[in-house]
Design a protein around this ligand. Structure first.
Ligand code: GLN
Length: 243
């Protein structure tokens, strides 16, 4: 069986609003497509796996971000190298912020990031909380839940993940959510995002397959298509929900 190695970053500190579900969803979908998923849970001080086909990271409180940033700095080079090789990544909220240059918290602490994305984040006194709906050029309508004090600004022009239809995303003015760099995706969508937007999961899986095996053809899975019908209904229902 063709194996795919998934690195799950800092789930002890960084897994908010169901973000850990992204790891479960990717594993399940990999199995449906006939791969053998191998998940490496990585927390500060752990050894880094020898081979990585995909990287997932979730959101967290400012305190969680403070717990992991030191270790993240030590792994920054490896993670930047993987991103530039085209390894697919999905970073939600707190980890999205730390895959940028820094996050300046409300208490004035500047938490350094690893600059996979050329952007920075500064906390505002007002938290942004509610459903977030966006239109993505690559992925269509995406929906999830946002809860963050951080306002994210691009330092250079980057493709956003989507244009905001309702909610805020990156910050209160830009009208965009998330960013893409190569096959790395950052976003404020929690939920877990992959449950209502399986198109994103399939993108990550295809790119992981491409990196490891040189093709990106997913075997058809009728069972999965049936489940995706339910995901589409959940996407629809959440998109219509007031904040
Ligand atoms: N602590 C960060 C913020 O408030 C990230 C929050 C999150 O990951 N939900 O902006």
């Amino acid at each position: 069986m063709r194996r795919i190695d998934v690195l799950s970053l800092y789930t002890n500190d960084m897994s908010f609003y169901g973000d850990m579900g992204n790891v479960l969803i990717v594993s399940k979908r990999l199995s449906f497509y006939g791969f053998e998923p191998v998940v490496h849970f990585y927390n500060p001080g752990d050894s880094f796996p020898d081979h990585v086909d995909m990287v997932l990271g979730g959101g967290g409180q400012d305190s969680g971000q403070k717990n992991i940033f030191d270790d993240l700095q030590k792994r920054g080079r490896q993670l930047r190298d993987l991103a530039s090789q085209g390894v697919p990544m999905l970073m939600i909220c707190g980890m999205y912020q730390l895959f940028g240059k820094y996050f300046l918290t409300n208490s004035g602490k500047k938490i350094p990031g690893i600059s996979v994305f050329d952007l920075y984040t500064e906390a505002s006194p007002e938290r942004i909380i509610g459903n977030l709906v966006e239109e993505s050029e690559l992925f269509g309508r995406l929906v999830g839940f946002e809860n963050h004090s951080g306002q994210t600004y691009f330092s250079s022009p980057l493709p956003p993940l989507g244009r905001v239809v309702s909610g805020f995303g990156n910050n209160m003015k830009a009208g965009t959510d998330g960013a893409m760099a190569n096959n790395a995706i950052g976003t404020y969508l929690h939920g877990p995002v992959l449950s209502k937007n399986p198109v994103l999961a399939d993108f990550l899986i295809r790119k992981a397959e491409l990196g490891r095996y040189g093709t990106e053809e997913l075997a058809p899975s009728p069972a999965l298509r049936r489940l995706d019908g339910l995901a589409a209904k959940a996407n629809e229902a959440a998109s219509r929900r007031p904040r």
